[in-house]
Design a protein around this ligand. Structure first.
Ligand code: FES
Ligand code: FES
Length: 133
């Protein structure tokens, strides 16, 4: 199995590791296949994600995709961040080996979960869209 240099870089030197105190949105998701867990913290001002941090208990690909996901969401509006797919995260890392693609789902789901949390706390969830993650 071959990892791109970017994957190795983000695994060895993950960006934005940690927590944000009083985060506006926090999302925690788990990968049913392996039991790995990712927690994402977002600071949101005027609909823009101004900071993002993460904690991931998981494999190298999960750490690298968390790291890249926090880099990608920073400076984005909520709408833009919701459009970030696991494929986009993997592409930003110059790809993942096919057997590790499922690991990138955590990053996409963690972004969504953190944004959902923000919306829920601020009464911004459209009626009926509440998902009990
Ligand atoms: Fe095995 Fe992720 S569950 S590689
Ligand atoms: Fe679990 Fe990669 S092996 S997220």
């Amino acid at each position: 199995m071959m990892y791109s240099e970017k994957v190795m870089d983000h695994f060895m030197n993950p960006r934005n590791v940690g927590e944000i105190e009083n985060a506006d949105g926090v999302g925690e998701v788990g990968n049913a296949k392996c039991g790995d867990i990712m927690k994402m913290y977002l600071k949101i001002e005027n609909d823009v994600i101004v900071d993002a941090k993460f904690k991931t208990f998981g494999c190298g690909a999960a750490v690298a995709t968390s790291s890249m996901a926090t880099e990608l969401v920073k400076g984005k509006t909520i709408e833009e961040a919701l459009k970030i797919t696991n494929k986009a995260v993997a592409e930003a890392l110059d790809g993942l080996p096919p057997v590790k693609m499922h690991c990138s789902n955590l990053a996409e789901e963690a972004i969504r979960a953190a944004i959902d949390d923000y919306r829920r706390k601020n009464g911004l969830l459209p009626e009926g869209s509440e998902n009990n993650a």
